[in-house]
Write a protein that binds this ligand. Structure first.
Ligand SMILES: Cc1ncc(COP(=O)(O)O)c(C=O)c1O
Length: 290
């Protein structure tokens, strides 16, 4: 089955804008918001399926880890954030979509470096365009040319400049997603997705030690791969070695699993990728009550 698009949110959704429920067209971000001024904030993209949010606590764990590093004063409990996200789903009658959770250091006043909060919180939707038929094309790019500025990997910070420029460039060149190669020639991650390769019965993926974002979908895939009896190897993957792989795919909350190809790669028909993809989809349905 080819990937389908997540239906868009209603034309003018009701979003949560820092304490108020407002129509998206009327929503505003305070001019002094730290995210707007300095990219000083964090975000998460969460999957809604069957009107339920998939693994919201996993996303909040990652966001909380980021807030501890950034010393953001976030006075809202995880329970309350989950409740607000569920209310967003309810208010808009959503069945399947991608929620966008955003938290910034706050509305700055006085000296920005002394500002202690409280944080600002926004919940809306992310546009999800139709996915092309798979396998989609990836393009290997040098991390040096597109520095990744998230500061530390745990941070899904609002500083995605290198990532965004890289994906814009490869999309303009006819590919779907860039895959970064670091100075040692080792593959790390994509602009907005994780990357996996399969050789024989082994799933290869970059280790989080390399400074990649620990994807919620990546975690799920690692769980399911082990259940399927695949071996998992997180040893460094050299860009010069990938042409000998049997299969490859990318993953994220937005796309689930998508088989990929690239120039110089002779793909098979992705039997293990498709099994993993079906297992991911089954797990999402199971956990969201589909
Ligand atoms: C750099 C990067 N890697 C991987 C992912 C995939 O993460 P997840 O599976 O949690 O969506 C994302 C998601 O935005 C990302 O930005």
């Amino acid at each position: 089955m080819e990937p389908t698009n997540y239906p868009l949110a209603p034309e003018d959704p009701i979003i949560y804008c820092n304490g108020a429920w407002v129509r998206q067209s009327k929503a505003t971000v305070p001019f002094m918001d730290s995210g707007f001024w300095y990219g000083d904030g964090l975000f998460e993209t969460l999957l809604v399926a069957n009107s339920n949010i998939f693994r919201p606590r996993k996303h909040l764990e990652r966001m909380q880890a980021g807030m501890r590093i950034l010393k953001i004063n976030f006075p809202v409990t995880d329970d309350e954030v989950v409740r607000l996200m569920e209310e967003t789903v309810e208010r808009n009658g959503l069945v399947e979509t991608l929620l966008r959770l955003m938290c910034t250091r706050g509305t700055l006043s006085g000296s920005p470096w002394k500002f202690t909060g409280p944080a600002n919180l926004f919940i809306g939707f992310r546009y999800a365009g139709a996915l092309p038929p798979s396998p989609v094309k990836i393009k290997f790019v040098a991390e040096e040319d597109y520095p990744i500025a998230r500061m530390v990997p745990a941070l899904k910070s609002m500083t995605y400049l290198g990532n965004m420029l890289a994906i814009r460039d490869v999309v303009a060149a006819g590919a779907f997603e860039p895959v970064f190669v670091n100075r040692d020639g080792v593959i790390t991650e994509c602009a907005v997705r994780n990357v996996f390769f399969i050789k024989g019965n082994t799933l290869h993926t970059p280790d989080t030690d390399l400074g990649i974002l620990p994807g919620v979908t990546r975690d799920l895939i690692l769980e399911l791969a082990t259940d399927m009896g695949l071996a998992v190897d997180m040893a460094p993957i050299l860009a010069t070695d990938v042409d000998r792989m049997d299969e490859a795919f990318i993953s994220s909350t937005g796309i689930g699993i998508l088989p990929v190809t690239w120039e110089g790669f002779q793909p098979t028909d992705y039997p293990l990728t498709n099994r993993l993809k079906a297992a991911v989809e089954r797990q999402v349905q199971q956990e969201t009550g589909g």
